[in-house]
Design a protein around this ligand. Structure first.
Ligand SMILES: NC(=O)c1ccc[n+]([C@@H]2O[C@H](COP(=O)([O-])OP(=O)(O)OC[C@H]3O[C@@H](n4cnc5c(N)ncnc54)[C@H](OP(=O)(O)O)[C@@H]3O)[C@@H](O)[C@H]2O)c1
Length: 188
């Protein structure tokens, strides 16, 4: 089982629009039906993992966003209306144990947001970080950092151009170390 985070972001580095929606929702190519590679990404996934803030809007969606995935949510309480099959926990380690216990060999899509990605990365549980950089500038919004530590070591794996001008970049987060200038060798 691999835990794979995938975030869309504007070219100026924001993972949400200025009004707090995931960046992808502002991309005309996505709105007109381009999947931005998510279908291929989900082929190997059996579960979705996310923070409560990212999860809650799904409860009022017309369509359940994860019909084919087991869903795990990190949050201090179980939001009203959460379907019975959704697993929630307030403790990230305990949630990770539940995720592993339920795993049938597929990967986990770590949806976000930044705080939850940072949490699982701090536990050493994040395997890959995939970024879909959109051809848009927002000027403001939420950044991936500092919730995900700027010291996160990223080892480049691959990239590809997506229809509509977006670019997908995949980094491994395991076995890589910070290469920020001035980082003492003992901390690398
Ligand atoms: N661009 C993209 O691809 C993308 C993808 C997903 C989300 N987003 C955006 O990201 C934004 C939300 O991001 P976010 O970072 O603020 O929130 P988040 O990670 O979705 O959820 C944060 C919540 O998760 C729980 N949590 C996280 N870390 C925890 C820890 N260490 N211990 C206990 N609980 C923990 C807490 O729930 P409690 O408050 O219940 O304690 C916390 O308030 C949204 O605006 C969403 O649109 C963007």
């Amino acid at each position: 089982m691999q835990i794979r985070a995938r975030m869309s972001m504007s070219a100026d580095g924001f993972v949400t629009t200025p009004t707090g929606w995931p960046s992808l929702t502002a991309d005309p190519a996505f709105v007109s039906g381009q999947s931005h590679g998510i279908r291929e990404f989900l082929e190997g996934c059996e579960a979705a993992l996310m923070g409560r803030t990212t999860f809650e809007p799904a409860l009022t969606n017309e369509r359940w966003p994860w019909p084919d995935l087991d869903v795990f949510v990190l949050g201090s309480h179980r939001p009203a209306g959460t379907p019975d099959h959704v697993v929630t926990d307030s403790d990230p380690l305990r949630l990770l144990e539940k995720l592993r216990a339920a795993n049938r060999g597929g990967d986990v899509h770590l949806i976000g947001g930044p705080r939850t990605i940072g949490t699982f990365h701090a536990l050493g549980a994040l395997d890959t970080l995939e970024l879909v950089v959109l051809p848009l500038l927002f000027g403001s919004g939420m950044r991936l950092t500092p919730a995900l530590s700027p010291d996160t070591g990223l080892a480049f794996q691959r990239e590809r151009a997506l229809p509509g001008g977006a670019v997908e970049i995949v980094y491994s987060c395991r076995g890589s170390r910070s290469r920020l200038p001035g980082t003492p060798a003992s901390q690398r």
